[in-house]
Design a protein around this ligand. Structure first.
Ligand SMILES: Cc1ncc(C[n+]2csc(CCOP(=O)(O)OP(=O)(O)O)c2C)c(N)n1
Ligand SMILES: [Mg+2]
Length: 793
């Protein structure tokens, strides 16, 4: 049916009160997000002359998408990742809901204020996922959906609450990130449900306008992965125009318009649109559509894309909602900077409105000076009505009396974990880890609760990191029960890999970023699902680097998990340089909210594993990382001080007071250090032998003590300072680890000791341990040489 365009104008006149209020709220979001950035850049005093920055155009691009979701579609149980550069819109929404305060809004990008990109830890409880490193927040929703299924199927957490949807509002350039496709593939394998990705398809990234036709490819990819893919291309005004005589030619013209030309015309406005359209369509029936509009009306029509039409968006989301739980990608066409003076300009990503532009915008928005933060200013809806509207939004209702952020009771961890028999045995830390987890997996007695809450995962290295026995006991998680074909056929295999909704191991493909995204999602489970999951992920140590951004991302959100990276270092010997990690101990030291350890012996490991399950649950705790090895060492039966092992080091042989030298080792290099120490002691009977279990904790403790002393706590003393106290001033310190020597170099600064740190600083290669330790200067001779050098100064 051909609707005359005048009916489109009538659309506005007849829009419902509900739609009218939604549009007023959109106006408010556009204003507040632009104002927050403007205030931060132009109103607040600037003390250092640095540009404060912000992304008014990125915000404007997705106003309608966020408004449709938060004011109409989303329910409080949904978990939403907002594209990083739309942070101000998200906070403005919460401001309107009364869940964000003006002081924080005023403080955007200021110390103590709102972060540029949504931050779970710093911006308040309403942030479900931090975003900022593009691509990760999007992919995270797929893993949080998986975790929601996991906890529900295990009967953990708030199963009394309705299940939610996991939604990402993504910038279109985020889909360039490879981790998106890794996550799609993994999500498909796990038959992930209830995920929505809404792409703000403004066809602009930071630098440029994106290539045409790219999204045809991307749509196909989504469909191949079992997703429903819905394109929201045109708004109601344009659809009505297309329905008129000549409308099809207009549609074809827009469909064929290159992204860059479309952007440029948007920026130039109605007159430019007219010129371009008439040049191509002047002789067609479409001319009538163009001719009857003023320049402003024509500009508005031509930019009436689906992603800016809240009614179209709501209709589309509703229809998808009714379809069920299939993962769905919405490609919503938008214009970057919509409604702002730099709409469509390719350089607008970091563009800010000038003071003059802002003054005009403020006037257009009907905001009186001094009333910039008033939630109702400039709206033609009475306060009571607006408040009632917001209160009645599904998302405006309370999920629980505490709000949307849930919490979970603590899981009790026995005072000591079962330890393998050690006396007279050789064992590696990786072997010890596998044995201990398998024993926990029996779930006997006081281990029952702990075992029930552990969830393990690994990117295709489950067996080779020694998780096999645990998996045999606890099974593999899958939403559907699947038999183990090998087992059913009575084919011999040490692995029993039946899958069921009760399984506790999530087997991943090789992509390490997925491991860390899953650990991140599992590590946020208490707040998201009310379930205390104790996630344990294993990976080969060098490939931590492969997923590092996602690991840091998980830590930045304060996700709680145990990472076990094994095996590690040159000690892998024949495996060669690709698999021999060098830098990971330094990563462990430098990563915040991640306590990293490298035990040498299984008794230390037992203390640390227990500590990990406890520490990851503590409000003041963090994620934990254990770096382990496959080198079997002679195990000792001895009594250790757990506090010292956890604090990062203990004396195996304490130095006598005033000792001139001490030797420190970390990890599987212990036998070489011990042998060197025996020789050293013949010359220097006062010498000490220090086992370093965590350079990270030692260093963190040292920094904390320094801070405390600066703050006036004169007696504050760290573990490492106490450890090194017996040594003579200026004593020699030799340290050795199978990792970069800078990991220990700082130890010399603690009490002014002369340190010679040993460790590989080059890529490794194949060999056996004697050859490699000699080549890289870690063998007993090298350690003794270093002792002589250190003693001589
Ligand atoms: C991993 C990563 N690389 C680079 C950046 C820098 N960066 C910030 S935004 C952006 C482009 C974003 O474009 P898009 O996702 O389309 O967002 P929008 O157009 O909606 O602003 C880039 C490259 C980043 N934040 N994260
Ligand atoms: Mg974009």
């Amino acid at each position: 049916m051909n609707a005359p365009l005048t009916d489109v104008k009538a659309l506005v006149a007849t829009e419902s009160r509900h739609t009218h209020i939604l549009k007023q709220l959109e106006r408010k979001l556009l204003w507040l997000s632009a104002w927050m950035v403007h205030n931060a850049n132009h109103i607040r005093p600037n003390r250092d002359g640095l540009k404060v920055g912000g992304h008014q155009a990125s915000c404007a691009s997705c106003i309608s998408i966020l408004a449709a979701l938060y004011f109409e579609i989303a329910r409080p149980q949904d978990r939403i990742a907002v594209k990083p550069h739309a942070g101000p819109v998200f906070h403005a929404i919460n401001y309107l809901f009364g869940r964000q305060v003006k002081e924080k809004m005023e403080g955007l990008r200021q110390f103590g204020g709102i972060q540029p990109y949504p931050s779970r830890v710093k911006d308040g409880a309403e942030v479900d996922f931090s975003t900022g490193s593009v691509g990760l927040g999007v992919a995270m929703t797929s893993f949080s959906a998986l975790m929601a299924d996991y906890t529900r199927l295990h009967g953990l957490g708030r199963i009394d609450l309705p299940p939610g949807r996991h939604i990402a509002i993504a910038g279109d350039a985020e889909l360039d990130e490879g981790n998106i496709y890794e996550a799609l593939l993994e999500g498909w394998k796990h038959d992930v449900r209830n995920v929505w990705w809404v792409v703000d398809y403004n066809r602009q990234s930071l630098d440029s306008v994106v290539p045409d036709r790219l999204f045809g490819r991307i749509e196909g990819l989504f469909r191949d992965m079992g997703w429903n893919c819905v394109t929201i291309k045109y708004g109601r005004k344009l659809e009505a125009a297309f329905a008129r005589e000549g409308g099809e030619a207009l549609r074809a013209w827009i469909d064929d318009c290159p992204n860059s030309l479309y952007s440029a015309l948007t920026f130039q406005g109605g007159a430019a649109w007219r010129q371009a359209l008439l040049a191509d369509l002047g002789r067609s029936k479409a001319r009538a559509i163009v001719d009857e509009l003023t320049d402003d009306e024509l500009g508005a029509l031509m930019t009436n894309l689906g992603g800016h039409d809240i009614e179209t968006l709501i209709e589309t989301f509703r229809a998808a909602d009714a379809e069920g739980d299939q993962p769905t990608c919405f490609i919503a066409y938008t214009i970057k900077g919509m409604g702002l003076p730099f709409a469509g300009h390719k350089d607008n990503h970091a563009g800010l409105m000038t003071k003059e532009q802002m003054a005009q915008f403020q006037q257009d928005m009907g905001i009186r000076p001094g009333h910039e933060w008033d939630p109702l200013e400039g709206l033609d809806v009475p306060e009571d009505e607006l408040r009632a509207f917001l209160r009645d939004c599904p998302f405006g209702t309370q999920l629980t009396p505490e709000g949307r952020a849930l919490s979970a009771p603590l899981v009790s961890v026995p005072a000591a974990l079962p330890m393998p028999r050690l006396a007279g045995r050789k064992m590696s830390t990786q072997g010890g880890f596998g044995d201990m987890l398998a024993e926990i997996g029996r779930g006997q007695g006081e281990l029952k609760e702990l075992a029930a809450h552990i969830m393990t995962t690994s990117p295709d290295v489950t067996v080779s990191t020694n998780l096999g026995p645990w998996v045999n006991r606890r099974g593999i998680f899958d939403r559907h029960t699947r038999n183990d074909v090998f087992r059913d056929s009575k084919l011999a295999s040490a692995q029993r890999w039946g899958m069921s909704p009760k399984g506790q191991h999530i087997e991943l493909g090789i992509a390490e970023q997925n491991l860390f995204l899953l650990l991140g999602a599992a590590g946020l489970a208490p707040g998201m699902t009310g379930a205390r999951v104790l996630p344990v992920g294993t990976v080969y140590d060098p490939f931590v680097n492969r997923g590092l951004d996602a690991l840091i991302y998980a830590c930045y959100q304060d996700a709680r998990f145990l990472l076990v990276s094994t095996p590690s270092g040159l000690t892998l010997a024949p495996e060669g340089g690709q698999h021999q990690s060098v830098n990971t101990p330094l990563i462990g030291m430098a990563a915040d909210r991640l306590a990293s350890f490298e035990p040498a012996h299984v008794d230390e490991l037992a203390i640390l594993l227990r500590h990990a399950f406890d520490f990851m649950q503590r409000p003041d705790g963090s994620a934990v990382w254990l770096r382990l090895s496959t080198r079997a060492l002679e195990q000792k039966v001895r009594t250790l001080d757990p506090a010292a092992v956890i604090a990062g080091g203990h004396w195996v042989v304490p130095p006598a007071a005033g000792a001139r030298i001490a030797l420190a080792y970390q990890g599987p290099i212990a036998p070489e250090a011990e042998a060197a120490f025996e020789e050293l002691r013949a010359e220097e009977p006062a010498a000490g032998l220090l086992a370093v279990t965590s350079p990270d904790r030692l260093h963190a403790g040292w920094l904390a003590a320094q801070r405390a002393r600066r703050a006036g706590e004169r007696d504050a003393m760290s573990h490492v300072e106490r450890l090194l106290t017996p040594l003579a001033p200026g004593a020699a310190l030799v340290s050795v680890l199978d990792g970069h020597p800078a990991t220990h170099a700082w130890l010399g600064g603690v009490r002014g000791h002369r340190i010679v740190p040993l460790g590989p600083d080059r890529f490794g290669q194949s060999g056996d341990i004697p050859d490699l330790y000699r080549e890289y200067g870690l063998d007993t001779d090298a350690i003794l040489d270093a002792c002589a050098q250190a003693l001589l100064g």
